[in-house]
Design a protein around this ligand. Structure first.
Ligand code: PEP
Ligand code: MN
Length: 259
């Protein structure tokens, strides 16, 4: 293990990962319509949120589920984010979409299911754009370190890692958050590591306590799913925090960090 690690900083616009406070990223699982993303982004812009998240290419288990709005969704998201000067991250699944999406977003997400997609990792390594690399739910620490190395080997060292839970024997939670992975990956790679309590737990009631655990262990940020009407969300409603409750949650998490 690399114990005398040098901590790297990754900048996304004015947002600093690996700096002096955890970065808060929030937004819906998916862009569902222009009205939906406008409502959520307008509201988040009044909270202590550093950056937005929303998917337009959704990696769904079933091909019959909502797949995302694609480039139309990207346009809605881009317009809403620019209106409030907030940077945003969105997922890309195909090499063919990387360059085009990179023209509009501030950070590219490579999701859990694509952490082993080596052509995608190499192509992301050729971009001059920060990459959010989520851990595959089946990945060992070494596999995750090597996935980041694929991106770095092509010249892109602007990588933020995201622990989002791994599969275990218990389905009380959607996945099992590997909290030790946060300091381990920080030491192994020097890269900033954030936590996704939404996909890690799959449960709205667990987002706040698990976020506190992430902050306590030294995570460089949180990425949290939020929706104005989670009961009618097209994806991941059960794990989305209600917009009306989110400002207070962030304030409590900020106070917890400052203590
Ligand atoms: C997401 O962030 O919307 C997502 C699909 O997450 P993951 O790749 O971790 O499952
Ligand atoms: Mn989701």
């Amino acid at each position: 293990m690399n114990t005398a690690f040098e901590k790297k900083i990754v900048r996304v616009g004015d947002v600093v990962f690996g700096g002096d406070h955890p970065v808060i990223i929030a937004g819906p699982c998916a862009v569902e319509s222009e009205a939906q993303i406008d409502t959520i982004v307008d509201s988040l812009s009044k909270m202590n949120v550093d950056m937005l998240r929303a998917g337009v290419f959704k990696p769904r288990t079933s091909p019959f589920d909502f797949q995302g709005l694609g480039y139309q969704g990207l346009s809605y998201l881009h317009t809403a984010a620019k209106r409030h000067h907030l940077p945003f991250v969105t997922e890309v699944m195909a090499v063919a979409d990387l360059e085009e999406v990179a023209k509009y977003c501030d950070m590219i997400q490579i999701g859990s299911r694509n952490m082993y997609n080596y052509p995608l990792l190499r192509a992301a390594g050729q971009l001059d754009k920060p990459i959010l690399l989520k851990r595959a739910f089946s990945a060992t620490i070494r596999e995750w370190v090597m996935a980041a190395a694929y991106i770095q080997s092509m010249g892109n060292d602007q990588i933020v890692l995201c622990e989002r839970g791994i599969r275990s024997f218990d389905n009380t939670t959607r996945n099992t958050l590997d909290i030790a992975a946060v300091p381990i990956m920080q030491r192994e790679t020097g890269l900033p590591v954030i936590v996704d309590p939404s996909h890690a737990t799959g449960r709205r009631d667990l987002i706040e306590p698990v976020s506190r655990a992430a902050i306590a262990v030294g995570a460089d940020g949180l990425i949290i799913e939020v929706h104005h009407d989670p009961d009618n969300a097209l994806s991941d409603g059960e794990q989305s925090v209600k917009l009306s409750e989110f400002a207070a949650m962030i304030n409590r998490l900020t106070a917890f960090y400052q203590d």
